[in-house]
Design a protein around this ligand. Sequence first.
Ligand code: C2E
Ligand code: CA
Ligand code: CA
Ligand code: CA
Length: 279
Amino acid sequence: AKEANGNTYRLFSREMERKLSQRLEMETSLRLGLHREEFFLLYQPQFDMRNQQLVGIEALVRWNHPVRGLLTPESFIDLAEETGLIAPLGDWILREACKQWQQWQKSDGQPLRLAINLTNRQFQNANLAKDIQAIIEEAGLPPQSLELEVTEATLMQNASSADKFLGQLKELGVQLSIDDFGTGYFSLAYLQHLPIDRLKIDPSFVQGGPGDSNHASIVTTIIDLARNMDLELIAEGVESASQIKFLLEKGCHLGQGYYFSEPLDGDGIGNLINGLPEP
Ligand code: C2E
Ligand code: CA
Ligand code: CA
Ligand code: CA
C-alpha cells in the first residue's frame, strides 16, 4: 500500500509539474503573441429580429497560435486574466475594434453599435474609464456607439463597488450591458439601481425554450423584468426559427446567434453593411 501511495504521489506531482510547465509556456507565448500580433478579432452581428436589420456587433477575440493553431478565448482569457496580460490585450482589442469600426461607417448610415467584453480584472481597473476614454477619443468613436459588456458573475463578485465602477463608465456616455444574464441570482432591488442599458439573455435559456418549459418561463420572467425596468434586451445564442418566434411573441426583439450569423471577420461585416453577399 505504501508503494502504491508512493507511486500515486509521484504520478500526481509529475502531473502537476506538467500542468505548471504547460501554463508557464502558455504565459510566455501569450506575452510573445501580443508582441507578434498573433491576435485578431471576429465580429458577430446583432439583429432586430422583426425586420432583420443590423443593429450592432460584438467583438470576439481569437488567437492564431504558432503551434496550437486557432484558439478561442476559453483557452486563454482566464490565463490572460490571472497573469494581468488582459490589460495590454484588452487595450489592443479596443483599439483594433475602433479602427475596424471606422472602416464600416457609411456617410449616410446610422452609426453601428460596437460591443466589447470586459473581464473581472479589467472591470476592477481604477483607470478603466480614463483608458477607454483616451482610446475612443483618439479613434473618433462616439461614446454612445460603444457598448461594454460585463457578465452577471463579474457584477456579483464586485457587488459593493459595481455601482461606482459602472457609474464612472456611464459618465463617459457609453452603453452598458449585463452579459450572460440569468445565470446568477441577481436581486431585483440590486439590479434596479445599476446604471445599465441592456440585458443579454444567456444562450442556455434561449436554447432551452420554447421546448423546455422551465427555461421558457425563465425567459418570460427576464423579458417581463426588462420591460418593467425599461431595459433593452438581446437574446444570445439564437439558433432556430422556433426560438425566434418564441422570443418575438414574448417581446424580445434583438437577437444574436448562429441562426443569423457566426462571428465574421471585418470584411464579412463590411459586406453585410453594404448589402453584399458573404464571400
Ligand atoms: P460571450 O461574451 O458570451 O460571447 C458569445 C460566445 O458565444 C462567442 O464565443 C460566440 O462565438 C458564441 N456564439 C455566438 N452565437 C452562438 C450560437 O448561436 N450558438 C452557440 N452555441 N454559441 C454561439 P467565443 O467567441 O468563443 O467567446 C467566448 C467567451 O470569451 C465570450 O463569451 C466572452 O466571455 C469571452 N471573450 C470573447 N472575446 C473577448 C474579448 O475580446 N475580451 C474579453 N474580455 N472576453 C472575450
Ligand atoms: Ca459577450
Ligand atoms: Ca454571453
Ligand atoms: Ca459567456
